[in-house]
Write a new protein. Structure first.
Length: 112
């Protein structure tokens, strides 16, 4: 996991002292590894959430396929990741509304 997390930081051109905002984290071990790799740095986790109904409407998959994906083992930490998130962003609204909410949240002072 450490090699993967180091690669994520490199790919994202992480700069020490600038903090880090993440989304798409699927495993608690990845979150804890990232925090260990950048101690003393602000790390904020965003969890993107949408209802099953909305996801079915947006997806090319049928409801059964989508539910099978949700039950895959890679999603086993989803509830814990959601609970660990600094922001749970409901993406069922418009893209503009979601972006405005995210921007407003991101511009708040970071306190750890």
């Amino acid at each position: 996991m450490c090699g993967f997390c180091k690669a994520v930081l490199e790919e994202g051109v992480f700069v020490v002292g600038q903090g880090l905002v993440l989304d798409g984290v699927r495993h608690l071990s990845a979150l804890s590894t990232l925090k260990a790799l950048i101690p003393q740095q602000p790390l904020k986790l965003v969890y993107l959430e949408s209802s099953v109904t909305e996801r079915i409407k947006r997806s090319s998959l049928n409801p059964g396929q989508l539910l099978r994906l949700d039950s895959h083992s890679v999603e086993s930490d989803a509830g814990a990741i959601r609970n660990a998130a600094d922001l749970v962003l409901n993406t069922s609204g418009s893209i503009d509304d979601c972006f405005a909410h995210l921007r407003s949240w991101a511009l708040q002072p970071c306190v750890d």
